[in-house]
Design a protein around this ligand. Structure first.
Ligand SMILES: [Zn+2]
Ligand SMILES: [Zn+2]
Length: 213
């Protein structure tokens, strides 16, 4: 069974999640934007072995500590989609743009495409490509656990910004409607910022992408 713990990191309170298979006690870190010592301490406390880094997209609050974590623990970097290559290359500049210390760039061990799966222990999650906030944004969906890690695609009562380079508002709405909603109304989503929600509730009440919007 998939379990997870969400830890807000960086000055942007980005929801980094440690996700693990409770049979194998092996874990992946989704979006290690920063605060590595906090993340490593949490993994130790949970008693899980970190095996991989999974990235939803390459904004610095999500990917800023990726290179350092990968190097320190010799972890593979899985994702995002190759559409975010320019954001990875720009990580050092994003530090200045968003008021962060400079971050190292890196090359993912594996780029992801829509329909891929990622695995941790005995748990498998589906990868959906959800461009709009960034061109290479992906989300990770566990059908068994009814959980989706959606980065900055969707928030409770809001949606991701599309005013950065490569952003596209219409594409973001299509990603949400065509790739998130089919995961089911009862699916709990863990956004990149703020509290968890359920897709059904967002369909009813989200002013940007709800069914009545
Ligand atoms: Zn972002
Ligand atoms: Zn973010």
């Amino acid at each position: 069974m998939l379990r997870y713990r969400t830890i807000p990191v960086t000055a942007f309170a980005q929801n980094c999640s440690i996700v693990w298979c409770d049979e194998a006690m092996e874990a992946a870190v989704i979006d290690p934007g920063g605060d590595l010592d906090t993340l490593l301490e949490e993994a130790r406390r949970l008693g899980v072995a970190l095996k991989a880094i999974w990235l939803t997209h390459a904004h610095i609050d999500h990917a800023g500590a990726t290179a350092e974590l990968a190097r320190r623990l010799s972890l593979p970097i899985i994702g995002p989609h190759e559409g975010d290559r320019f954001w990875i290359d720009a990580l050092p500049q994003q530090g200045a743009m968003f008021g962060f210390p400079p971050a190292e760039t890196f090359t993912p061990t594996r780029w992801l495409v829509d329909g891929d799966t990622v695995r941790i222990g005995r748990c498998e999650l589906a990868v959906r490509h959800c461009p709009g906030h960034t061109p290479g944004h992906v989300v990770f969906h566990s059908k068994d656990a009814q959980r989706a890690f959606v980065g900055d695609v969707l928030f409770v009562g809001s949606i991701g910004r599309t005013d950065f380079p490569g952003g596209n508002h219409a594409q973001l709405l299509a990603s949400i409607r065509e790739r998130l909603w089919p995961m089911g109304d009862e699916t709990v989503f863990i956004p990149g910022h703020g509290p968890e929600g359920r897709f059904g509730q967002e369909r009813r009440s989200n002013p940007f992408v709800g069914d009545r919007g």
